[in-house]
Design a protein around this ligand. Structure first.
Ligand code: NAG
Ligand code: NAG
Length: 361
């Protein structure tokens, strides 16, 4: 009896109870949208087959993936239910405790990014919904408890890719932003705007925020098809964009953490973690990191992924699902680095360290 009681107690101590109960909030673009755009009049949507083909229900959900997306896999790692899109009517009652997903495909750091997608939820509107959410949570569990839940939550924000590929680099080549800025100056401008966005998130109560950098934009099938070299080299200018943006993001996060006096913001180097399997796909069990599983044209990188597209039979051996977004399996590799990566990937620390630090919350 006594022994089994001790075993039970030890098990209970080993279970990260604070973590299991921790809320998770998600902001950003299509890499993290779990279905908000299904409720909007926009062309940026993933609500038709074959999206979702490997999702547990095998149906499209609005996630830009064959299966789970980045926030789903992070939820899995922290022992939470997947975040529900803010516009989904199921986000009510007890479900509010899980957190919420405010992300909207097509948006960027800048308000003028993604105008071609019509009505999408720009970042400051996502924050207005976050305030609305907090009022609803307070009605459920009381003002003080709601505040505490928000302060103790894990937050993920993913922005920046669209400011390059769906704004600066859009065709025709002389976009307004390109006339206004050189590439290094544009990247610096994005970082200064991003800093304001993150400061606002802090004001709204976020105290543990994962901030992803942009991936290797020049290597996604869309850019290989439209701007890449003949033999499939990554497009140099979008590559340079990612190479500029990510180190500047780390510097900005250092400043911001100094200003708030704590390691609130943590950057995830998506450029590096994507480059690992893009450079050596075979090492990670992929047959290609250039050709998208779903699409058409060179590298399956043109147009949208829909029922008329080419579709690969085994999504586990492709790094890219569609012209812009990784497969679930590639996303799992990215999350592995988020969990346990060195400071080259996660600055100033990885998510397993965060979970250990915050386990008393
Ligand atoms: C973007 O829009 C928000 C609210 O609509 C506004 O507060 C913000 O200043 C705008 N940002 C820029 C750079 O114009
Ligand atoms: C990341 O996680 C591993 C444990 O999985 C740990 O050994 C390592 O020190 C961590 N790195 C940082 C920079 O926090």
């Amino acid at each position: 009896m006594a022994t089994s009681a001790v075993v039970v107690l030890l098990l209970a101590m080993a279970m990260p109870q604070g973590e299991a109960a921790r809320a998770f909030f998600v902001f950003g673009d299509s890499l993290v949208d779990s279905g908000n755009n299904n409720y909007l009049t926009t062309t940026a949507r993933a609500d038709a087959p074959p999206y979702g083909i490997d999702y547990p229900t095998h149906r499209p959900t609005g996630r830009f993936s064959n299966g789970l997306n980045l926030p789903d896999i992070i939820s899995e790692q922290i022992g939470s239910e997947p975040t529900i899109p803010y516009l989904n009517p199921e986000l009510t009652g007890e479900n509010l405790l899980v957190g919420a997903n405010f992300a909207s495909a097509g948006i960027g750091i800048l308000n003028d990014t993604g105008v071609q997608f019509l009505t999408i939820i720009r970042i400051f509107q996502q924050f207005e919904y976050f305030q609305e959410y907090q009022q609803r949570l307070a009605e459920l569990i009381g003002e003080e408890q709601a505040q505490e839940r928000v302060n103790n939550a894990l937050v993920l924000i993913t922005l920046g890719g669209n400011d390059f590929v769906n704004n600066y680099f859009l065709n025709p080549p002389l976009t307004t932003r390109r006339r206004q800025f050189s590439l290094p100056a544009f990247s610096a401008f994005l970082i200064s705007e991003y800093k304001k966005i993150l400061a606002r998130l802090y004001e709204l109560g976020a105290r543990r925020v994962l901030v992803t950098g942009t991936g290797p934009l020049g290597c996604v099938p869309s850019q290989l098809a439209t701007q890449g070299g003949n033999s499939g080299q990554c497009a140099p200018e979008p590559q340079q964009a990612g190479a500029l943006f990510n180190p500047q993001l780390v510097d900005m996060i250092k400043e911001l953490n100094q200003e708030v006096g704590a390691d609130v913001f943590v950057t995830a180097n998506a450029f590096q973690s994507n480059m690992d399997f893009i450079k050596d796909p075979q090492k990670f069990g992929f047959v290609t990191s250039k050709v998208a599983c779903c699409g058409q044209g060179p590298y399956n990188g043109l147009g949208v992924c829909n029922v008329l597209s080419n579709l690969c039979p085994d999504r586990n051996v492709y790094a890219f699902w569609d012209a812009f977004h990784p497969t679930e399996r590639a996303t799992r590799l990215i999350v592995q680095q988020i969990m346990t990566g060195t400071t080259d990937y996660m600055y100033p620390m990885n998510l397993s360290t965060i979970m250990a630090l915050d386990s008393n919350l």
